[in-house]
Design a protein around this ligand. Structure first.
Ligand SMILES: [Cu+2]
Length: 313
């Protein structure tokens, strides 16, 4: 047989020789796909939500809790905050700890309270221009928001129990201050202080925080200026101004969602560097079983995946 004939025969038989290989291709292991995580709906400012969305985020969440003495899922978060206040405020991991608390609360709203959206935030800088603007913030609407002031006590703007809106006559069994041994049930109280709010939560404080060169500088402004909870959260005194028991007021979560966004905006100016800037040790964030512990580093990036995956719009 000539060489030419042999080559021709090989060419003709080649598809047959390759057939087993071709047939096996679909069964080859697929190339690994890049790790992705579903994008949840973004956190948005309270006033741009639809009425239905507003109603969903301002509902009471009443599932069982794991903190002794607490009577509801909502109070479970309050209890853990009270127990850990002294170790998570005025420290470098203040923002990281509150970030994970909020993620956990947001997940509870979704998984246990039939809420499909994200935790909204309250951009309080939009409400500080005048006293009347502060007092009539849409966040304070009794119909669609979290209601405004408590009942009027002479000499104050409010100060008493919140008696209208979705959290009317909400009874708290933990607090005030560091009390967690089911002392006396008490109501959610508010005392809106527009002047205090204007001083502590204005645009120039936010701009100063965003201008910080390092996380340590940012933190001094953000914890000392913007959000010194004992004095000025939301410009609303009473429950939310109680550094221990502030989560007794659901507005706490809108406030911290905003704080968290400011931190993220600061990080976004130089993500490569600032996702690493923790200005202190990589502490373990303890939640007493409310959620699994994490390190500061694990919650630095809101797009980090796992439990920490959300965005802002
Ligand atoms: Cu706190």
């Amino acid at each position: 047989m000539s060489l030419l004939l042999l080559l021709l025969l090989l060419l003709l038989l080649l598809p047959l020789l390759l057939l087993p290989l071709l047939l096996s291709l679909p069964f080859l292991p697929a190339a690994p796909t890049p790790k992705t995580h579903a994008s949840p709906p973004p956190r948005r400012e309270w006033r741009i939500l639809s009425t239905t969305e507003k109603a969903a985020t301002s509902q009471r969440c009443t599932l069982a809790s794991r903190v002794p003495g607490s009577r509801s899922r909502f109070e479970g978060f309050l209890g853990v905050h009270i127990l850990l206040t002294d170790s998570v405020h005025f420290v470098g991991h203040f923002h990281a700890w509150h970030r994970l608390l909020l993620i956990t609360y947001e997940a509870a709203l979704r998984n246990e309270c039939n809420h499909t959206g994200a935790q909204p935030y309250w951009a309080w800088t939009l409400d500080v221009h005048s006293n009347s603007r502060t007092m009539s913030s849409p966040v304070s609407s009794a119909e669609t928001g979290f209601d405004g002031n408590g009942a009027w006590i002479p000499g104050r703007t409010g100060g008493g129990c919140v008696t209208t809106g979705p959290f009317a006559n909400l009874t708290l069994h933990l607090g005030p201050t560091e009390v967690v041994d089911t002392s006396e049930p008490h109501c959610l109280t508010r005392d809106i202080a527009p002047e205090v709010m204007r001083l502590g939560l204005n645009g120039s404080f936010v701009a100063t925080a965003l201008d910080a060169e390092t996380f340590a500088e940012f933190d001094v402004v953000a914890q000392g200026g913007i959000t010194y909870e004992a004095v000025t959260v939301g410009g609303e005194l009473e429950t939310i101004a109680d550094i221990y028991a502030s989560p007794g007021d659901p507005l706490f979560y809108l406030h911290h969602a905003n704080m968290n966004w400011i931190w993220r905006r600061w990080q976004s100016q130089d993500l490569g560097k600032r996702l690493e800037d923790i200005a202190g040790p990589d502490t373990v964030l303890d939640f007493r079983g409310l959620t699994g512990n994490a390190t500061v580093r694990e919650v630095m990036d809101i797009r980090g995946g796992g439990r920490v995956c959300y965005g802002y719009a």
